[in-house]
Design a protein around this ligand. Structure first.
Ligand SMILES: [Zn+2]
Length: 449
């Protein structure tokens, strides 16, 4: 990749190189240079004139299966709890075909928006649904995307004081045994891993205390990461105080999750003291600005979290609450929310780019491996065209232009040196066939109730 308008490496020195080039060999960045440096010979050269080149964006929170019930009108009448209660019965129809096709379509959508690594949090495992997590892993591998699939779980149904119906919860032993099986089957510990697994009980209001605590012990034993939703809404604060006599962060501490193995989705409502405690523990946060606005959850204290030392990444969140899955859009929204909270001079496009790349890598325990372009890092990069009417007159600062103009999608999205998106379209043929399957599965799910 050569002759970029600007190459924003987001490396340790935050080097930005006008006319820069990146060489990727064997899936890894092997050299970076300016027009004055001789570029190595390459089997393939990609012209990036007129384009910004960045590291691939990292998605730290998602529920891919929810694109089967995207923008589902009956669910948009109340806040998070009403929304969930409306949708749980539809999601109880999930099976392996639905998990595969929703992941295939959702990861394709993410790649078109410049994402190269995505997490997923699949926490609905209806009885008899099959191996949903392995179906997702297969979709990511077919597409060549880097994925951190989390084994989600719910164990606290309505009859036990939780929110979900009985048909979508499992008991602790079943969840833990399956978690162990999936880590053994798919978790790759190498620095250039394409697939990793994390453990992810869903939330305080859908999981028993014992499952939270036992999952933390298992993650320690298997040396994998922990993920859950926390501090998303004020309703959740009230639920925790009423049910556990504790606020969410105290509850997290009680169940052994205050460790740098953990990253949390949302983190909208921690108190200032809780922000400090999360930072001291090295707990990460997946900031999901669109979802937090659509569900009316609130504005997350992102600057405060980052100042306290919390690694903050970006998440598109599930497609039923954020509907659009573009990390470019989330980065722009994060920038706008930051300015709204702290003034026009705060939260630059570079801050948002940093959250979307290095911040995400830190949340996933992959600092230095992904989220930056430096020698030895994974060869994941995005070529963004800064051309046409939307960018006219904007190139005095290509990074600010990238996020303040647009909208823009990736021209090329490259994972481990391979094109996932080339010239603005998916590199792997077959999307139309997958969309036809998706239409059928989605219609059946929405007709089920
Ligand atoms: Zn979520």
């Amino acid at each position: 990749m050569h002759d970029a308008e600007l190459l924003a490496t987001v490396d340790d020195a935050r080097r930005e190189i006008a006319g820069g080039w990146v060489a990727v060999t064997g899936g890894v960045v092997t050299a970076i240079g300016s027009p004055a440096d001789p570029a190595p010979a390459a089997a393939r050269r990609v012209d990036a004139r007129g384009c910004l080149v960045t590291p691939g964006l990292v998605n730290t929170h998602h529920h891919l299966y929810q694109n089967l019930t995207r923008a589902f009108a009956p669910a948009l009448t109340g806040g998070l709890f009403d929304w969930l209660v409306t949708l749980y019965p539809l999601w109880s129809r999930l099976d392996e075909e639905a998990a595969y096709v929703s992941a295939y379509v959702g990861l394709t959508e993410l790649a078109l928006g410049g994402c190269t690594t995505s997490t997923d949090h699949l926490y609905v495992h209806p009885r008899g649904a099959g191996d949903l997590i392995s179906a997702e892993v297969a979709a990511a591998r077919d597409l060549g995307m880097r994925s951190h699939v989390t084994r989600g779980s719910m164990s606290l149904s309505v009859k036990d004081g939780g929110l979900p119906p009985d048909s979508v919860v499992q008991d602790d032993d079943e969840v833990l045994a399956d978690s162990q099986r999936l880590v053994a089957a798919h978790h790759d510990r190498s620095p250039s891993a394409l697939t990793r697994i994390a453990l992810a009980p869903c939330s305080p209001f859908s999981v028993s205390t014992s499952l939270m605590a036992r999952t933390a012990e298992l993650a320690d034993e298997l040396d994998v990461r922990l993920h859950t939703h926390l501090c998303e809404t004020q309703d959740e604060d009230a639920f925790c105080v009423e049910t556990f006599g504790r606020r969410p962060v105290d509850y997290l501490q009680d169940v052994g999750w205050m460790t740098d193995r953990t990253w949390l989705a949302h983190v909208v409502w921690p108190s200032p003291d809780e922000v400090t405690r999360l930072g001291a523990a090295g707990v990460g946060a997946a900031h999901c600005p669109s979802s937090n606005m659509i569900l009316g959850s609130g504005l997350a204290p992102v600057a405060e979290l980052r100042s306290a030392g919390v690694p903050v990444g970006l998440g598109v969140d599930g497609s039923s609450s954020a509907d659009s899955a573009s990390l470019w859009l989330e980065a722009r929204t994060a920038m706008l929310q930051g300015k709204l909270r702290h003034g026009a001079g705060s939260t630059s496009a570079r801050d948002a780019l940093e959250i979307a790349t290095r911040g995400g890598a830190a949340c996933l325990g992959r600092a230095g491996e992904i989220g930056e372009l430096s020698v030895g890092a994974c060869g994941d990069l995005v070529v963004w065209p800064l051309e046409g009417a939307a960018f006219a007159g904007a190139l005095s600062d290509p990074v600010e232009a990238w996020l303040r103009c647009g909208p823009v999608a990736a021209r090329h999205t490259v994972v481990a040196g391979r094109f996932v998106v080339e010239d603005g379209v998916p590199a792997r043929p077959g999307l139309d066939e997958q969309l036809a399957v998706h239409r059928r599965v989605s219609a059946a799910m929405q007709a089920a109730v």
